[in-house]
Ligand binder design. Structure first.
Ligand code: BGC
Length: 793
């Protein structure tokens, strides 16, 4: 069920284009949405798509992954073990401001007479490009073009190339390049728990500030989290017009103002180089030094080198990641297919922007495109993003899993605090500590432990990186398995089965329930994987095994206990409906009255008290259905279909993590009409603002869901047990060729699905065994191609 109608901006000003998101007119009504859509970032640094002039803005955020401030969570009624410290990502120094004055008149978009305007998020070059012609009140025509780039290759570096040319007159102009810290941001919604906290006082406290020639360095630190940040800018002006400059700065502000006597048709080209460095440990002096070294190098190399490196990086990314869709019907309006292609690339590009250089950090729910959800890391990365990254950019996937490994000490401490064995990963966090103030929809989501281990298994199986499993994975497996064994118990009431009570599954509209099916199924996988890994290690890698025993005080008897709990895991089943109930109480509840729910009362969490939601049969996001996708081989197509038919009408899709998964199961169960309908809603989640909140940031998890829909859903891909197989199905609703690459154990496979046939091509590597339906196929360098017929649904 989807209750939201897509909102679409007027298409003539937002034309479809395969490689760019284009805005052809300035539309203040879409200002906030486009700040998100046009955001640039690299996973370390992110800037919303606000104009260079410093405004107008909805949320003018510059974000650094993992740079946050803490605050004490104050409860009206406190209880033992509640999270104590809130964490909120900071809006750091805004370095992208370049103001322009022509004969002392400021260029300000809302008031400007524009002869031409075009902005594009360029997904091939990784830049935000703008070109416009402004007619000043005095009738002078001024061409302004800019390119904003945040480097994928040098994660601390950003740059703006800014050109001004007077077209029909001469003028005195000033280009004021600025940086500003502690700018105020307004909260847009009166009540929306998903939005970030607004700090009342200043968050960043000055530690150093200085300027030298055209370079300005500002250093700040947070008070409570004790993080230090240096932002430094440098400038190069190239023009044949006479010019001079002046630099001023104070604690929170820096400005290099160039005054130029502009002649007609004589270009003025400013390049602004920007560097951010952050640290827990380094002194302000050291951090300023680091920023300056990076600036020295970058200014010496110049913008063109940065751009060339960016384009190379993206060529490689698209080579390994691009999913292509081509319409086969000549008569069909081409636009739809181009729109689909554009939206697919937009989703994949934003995942890259959220994760590429995250390095020691996770991926926030909104990437670095907005402060919503406080910049926290959830399970989104492991379940929704990692499949894409594992099969296209395994290095990034490995970094994200290593980041979880580094969180293990805090996860152990949290388990201890809650009187539990093993480790308990936080539901939401930046620094590794639980930051969820609402335990029912937070801490109770124990499934995050199993989600991380699920992603670990997929990573190891798809890459063959067993070293990672021995060095890091095994320790996480031991501690998470311990947690499950300790949390659950053998229940007489359930025939001696292993039950796990008082947990919340993915669906946050049914909280603190007994035997959430998703949790039990995923915990079972976690326990099995842990037991198997430890056994393998003991048998095959005795040295690594003894290191593990030393690190975890593991006793071998524990392993048998995990295997036993997995074997006896209780999985609810309803004989009458022949479905898996979401939990022990779900079927006892009264159905939600959808008919009397006004359309503008979604998401329900904004309009109904949690109790009114919890006592009803209503679902925020896929739960059983998600388990059926993740553990696909364990369920027949018939079972998937029956469960889908039952849960679909109850699922609001109030979380953007839902629709893509519904579409996948619909595709796998043969309901192609719904697969396409839901798939389009998920595909356009951000570009068409389907959820109505794209202004707050991209829905990064849903973007990962799009890749899964295209590959696992429409592409029929399966990887259960680590074996790559394909069962594509022909459907009358889908008249397109679908082509996608998959990296598997260092080799690259390309899959191309047409109506009648599917082609498997080994593009990189020596030899690869895959399955088509039940047939095993070996692709080699000598015989890289296999063609097979596609069956009908
Ligand atoms: C969803 C969670 C998700 C979080 C961040 C919530 O609305 O219910 O599953 O992790 O958003 O995306």
């Amino acid at each position: 069920m989807i209750h939201h109608e897509p909102l679409r901006p007027p298409s003539h000003d937002y034309p479809a284009d395969e490689w760019n998101i284009i805005e052809k007119g300035y539309h203040p009504e879409f200002l906030a949405q486009l700040e998100t859509v046009m955001a640039v970032g690299n996973g370390y640094l992110g800037m919303r798509g606000c104009p260079e002039e410093g405004g107008p803005n909805a949320e003018n955020a510059t974000l650094i992954n993992g740079f946050y401030e803490t605050w004490p969570i104050v409860y009206g009624e406190d209880a033992y073990g509640f999270a104590k410290t809130g964490q909120t990502i900071c809006n750091v120094t805004n370095s992208k401001i370049i103001k322009l004055f022509v004969d002392d008149e400021p260029f300000w978009l809302p008031h400007a007479t524009l002869k031409h305007y075009e902005r594009r998020l360029n997904m091939k070059s990784g830049t935000l490009d703008r070109e416009l012609i402004w007619e000043t009140p005095a009738g002078k025509h001024v061409s302004i073009t800019s390119r904003r780039l945040i480097s994928f290759v040098h994660r601390h570096v950003a740059a703006i190339s800014y050109r001004v040319t007077l077209l029909n007159a001469e003028a005195s102009i000033v280009i004021s390049s600025e940086m500003a810290t502690n700018e105020l941001n307004v909260r847009t919604n009166q009540f929306d728990p998903r939005q970030a906290r607004v700090f009342s006082g200043r968050v960043l406290h000055g530690r150093a500030n200085y300027s030298r020639d055209r370079r300005i360095v500002l250093c700040h630190a947070t008070e409570r989290s004790r993080l230090t940040l240096t932002c430094a800018t440098d400038h190069k002006l190239e023009t044949a017009c006479p010019h001079a400059y002046k630099a001023v700065h104070n604690e929170d502000f820096g400005q290099v103002a160039f005054t130029v006597e502009a002649k007609p048709d004589c270009p003025i080209h400013l390049t602004k180089y920007i560097v951010y460095h952050t640290s827990h440990t380094a002194s302000p002096e050291e951090l300023c030094g680091r920023a300056e070294w990076a600036l020295d190098r970058t200014t010496a190399q110049g913008f063109e080198r940065l751009l060339a490196a960016q384009e190379n990086y993206l060529d490689d990314f698209w080579h390994h990641s691009d999913v292509q869709v081509k319409d086969i019907r000549e008569d069909r309006a081409k636009r739809t297919t181009i729109e689909i292609q554009q939206a697919i690339r937009f989703n994949l590009f934003h995942i890259l922007q959220a994760s590429a250089c995250a390095d020691d950090e996770g991926v926030p729910a909104k990437g670095l495109t907005g402060q919503s959800y406080e910049g926290h890391y959830f399970w989104d990365a492991e379940i929704y993003l990692l499949p894409f990254l594992i099969y296209t950019s395994p290095r990034i996937a490995r970094n994200l899993l290593t980041f979880r490994y580094k969180m293990l000490p805090q996860a152990r401490a949290r388990a201890k605090e809650l009187d539990q064995r093993g480790a308990m990963f936080p539901w939401r966090t930046i620094n590794g500590e639980e930051a969820s103030a609402y335990y029912a929809a937070g801490t109770a989501q124990y499934h995050i432990n199993a989600d991380i281990m699920y992603a670990l298994r997929k990573y190891v199986e798809a890459t063959g990186d067993e070293q990672f499993l021995w060095d890091y994975g095994a320790e996480m497996l031991v501690e998470t398995a311990r947690l499950w064994l300790d949390l659950g118990f053998y229940s007489d009431a359930k025939g001696g089965k292993f039950c796990i009570n008082a947990v919340t599954g993915p669906d946050e509209y049914n909280t603190v329930v007994n035997n959430n099916a998703y949790t039990n199924l995923m915990a079972r996988e976690n326990l099995r994987f842990a037991a198997r890994t430890v056994d393998d290690l003991r048998a095959g890698e005795p040295e690594a095994y003894s290191v593990l025993v030393h690190k975890t005080a593991l006793e071998h008897s524990e392993v048998a206990a995990w295997a036993r709990a997995a074997e006896h895991m209780y999985v609810p089943y309803d004989e009458r409906l022949k479905i898996i109930p979401q939990d022990d109480s779900f079927l006892d509840k009264e159905p939600w009255d959808f008919r009397s729910t006004p359309r503008d009362h979604y998401p329900l969490l904004r309009f109904y008290h949690p109790l009114n939601i919890y006592r009803k049969q209503v679902i925020k996001q896929t739960d059983v259905i998600l388990a059926m996708f993740l553990l696909g081989d364990a369920f027949s197509t018939e079972t998937k279909k029956r469960n889908f038919d039952f849960y679909d009408p109850l699922t609001t899709g109030d979380s953007s993590l839902s629709t893509c998964v519904e579409a996948i199961i619909a595709a796998q169960a043969g309901d192609m009409e719904k697969a396409v309908r839901y798939g389009m809603a998920a595909l356009l989640m951000d570009l068409a603002d389907v959820g109505g909140n794209v202004k707050d940031g991209c829905h990064i998890a849903s973007m990962g869901g799009i890749w899964m829909l295209l590959t696992y859903g429409f592409g029929g891909m399966r990887d259960d047990g680590g074996k790559l197989s394909f069962r594509p199905r022909r459907a009358p609703q889908v008249n397109a060729i679908l082509r996608f690459p998959v990296m598997y154990r260092g080799q690259m496979l390309e899959v191309e699905i047409r109506q009648e046939k599917v082609e498997y091509t080994l593009r990189e590597g020596k030899s690869l065994v895959i399955r088509h339906e039940t047939e095993e196929i070996q692709l080699t360098r000598e015989h890289p191609l296999a063609v097979r017929p596609v069956s009908k649904w």
